[in-house]
Design a protein around this ligand. Sequence first.
Ligand SMILES: Nc1nc2c(ncn2[C@@H]2O[C@H](COP(=O)(O)OP(=O)(O)OP(=O)(O)O)[C@@H](O)[C@H]2O)c(=O)[nH]1
Ligand SMILES: [Mg+2]
Length: 645
Amino acid sequence: MGILEKIQDIEEEIKRTQKNKATEYHLGLLKGKLARYRAQLIEGSKTKSEKGEGFDVMKSGDARVVMIGFPSVGKSTLLSKLTSAESIAAAYEFTTLTCVPGKFTYKGANIQLLDLPGIIEGASQGKGRGRQVIAVARTADVVLMMLDATKSAQQRPLLEAELEAVGIRLNQSFPNVSFKIKKAGGISFNATVKLTKIDQKMVQNILHDYKIFNVDIVIREDITVEQFIDVILGNRRYIRCIYCYNKIDQISLEEVDRLAHEPDTVVVSCEDDLNLDYLVEVIWRKLNLMRVYTKKRGEYPDFSDGLIVRNGATIEHVCHAIHRTLADNFRYALVWGTSTKHNPQRVVIVMSRWDLKISSFYSHYYDYSSDNTAEVPFLSFNSNSKLDLGSAWESYCLFTMSYQPPPPQYGQAPPANNAGYGHSGYQQPPPGTPAQNPAGNPGGYGQQQQGYAQQGYAQQGAYGNAPTSAADQQLLTWFKAVDTDGSGQLSADELQRALINGDWSPFNIETVRLMVNMFDTDNSGTINYNEFIGLWKYIEDWKRCFQAFDVDRSGSINESEMGNALRSFGFNVSPRFVHTLIQKFDRFATMNNTGKGDVTFDNFVQACVTVKTLTDSFKQFDNDHDGWIQINYEQFLDLVVRQRA
Ligand SMILES: Nc1nc2c(ncn2[C@@H]2O[C@H](COP(=O)(O)OP(=O)(O)OP(=O)(O)O)[C@@H](O)[C@H]2O)c(=O)[nH]1
Ligand SMILES: [Mg+2]
């Protein structure tokens, strides 16, 4: 007896057998046998070279979508509409006899669309060219099930059954069951949930039939017999499916409305070009792809050129998407904005030390020979970590305070000494606030900073105007990227997610709030675009300032650099105070005593702003400028409490 007959026999027996408590074990066994024969049938087709000409189409692009449907539903018509490929469409059945590939691009992803011959009932058992068609369907990332809206509703369950029969599971996920075959020890069975559809005895029966005697099983989901058999066979394909009803130009509006409300369903008319844009969008969503942007240290990512990877891809996949040798030499990646609690998950990876490889791949060259900072940073991922990205496919990184060679004007060390407090010293504060610096009041902290300090942060002209220059345009793009909820206002949290220190740690939230408070001129608690222009300039100024004082280019400010900075701002403070200040603002020192005695960019800003505002308060009492004041208890409290952001 051939396999086909065996299958038929079992199917008939299942149909004949009444479903009740007494027969359920027998039915379970029959289903197990059926699955095994069907598996043999599919595997057999490979050896018997039944593939047929024209079915071996190279996988190309970022993802593959396969159209499956009965004859004359409009598959070839759709292929011609969405891609530049030509597949003959005609009013008779079985127009298409081979596999015709087409390609379209959407959101930067190249998507391959395959047109196949129509399949008929019994395709899974080899009728028509069914088996070859279905073999191609197994390679799909998404199955586009084409249905004729004018035909009976039976088409869909029939097609589903054909695909089911060859181990394709549509819109399902792998059952939550762990199944480990071992050499000895018998069957160990555990279930973490109440099982209502199978029990231990049934599982054992089926396992014996499959001649599996030693296995560890943990079931974490209330599965059916069929799902359990899927686990044993392990060769099921779990593919997402879109049900696409074509020819809606031929049916009533009510009918269109009803179909359109079914899950995973899109209604279209290829002939009248109805709803095809939406179909493409749904395909993109179902493919669950995402774009990842790479960036070089100290540079902004290029948002026009992303890598397309699957959601859930690992860093290794990303490496492969860049260059096949990259993964071998790979050390770590820096990933922006994953695992943050709020946030649509947004990602940028930075290959840090291995940029060299990426750069040469992109035929740029950057000399990293002097860069020794390849320690494992804050956000590091080993090659197995999942990029758990939720549903987002765009990403950003607004600002990194990473090390770039300082601009030439900062090449020389800051002034060794300066007039101390009480003399001319404190008229030269660090970058000022908008209130203090409305119209170019010179607020610089030494000769080096003249340029920007004189401009202030008010930028009256730019406020409210549409961005004109390329730089303004870029700023607006960033603003929108950071404004994750699209409110037109940045909250401190949103801003924090876009700001990264030189050691790749996120900005501390206090510094971010401090800046938001400074620039929130309308007291809304958030930053609108006009306020953002000022804030951005302020950050850039601090960045330049930071780089000027980071003489050893370590990406952080150590004690002696901090002393130099404060002195050149005109704060004549002792090394002892600088030591205390560094201790207070070195986040590692306070966290778990692992501080190296230096501060990152955000903490540097916070430390300097704190010293400056305290000095300003002190000045109000120090009328004779001798560096001494006399204040009472409450004045002291008042002075300190006012510092809080
Ligand atoms: N009314 C209407 N007819 C359509 C539509 N789309 C396709 N057709 C017609 O349906 C017929 C079959 O179209 P094909 O694209 O050849 O169908 P197919 O699914 O590729 O058919 P096979 O290759 O035989 O499997 C053609 O006569 C098309 O003009 C539509 O949206 N509305
Ligand atoms: Mg066709």
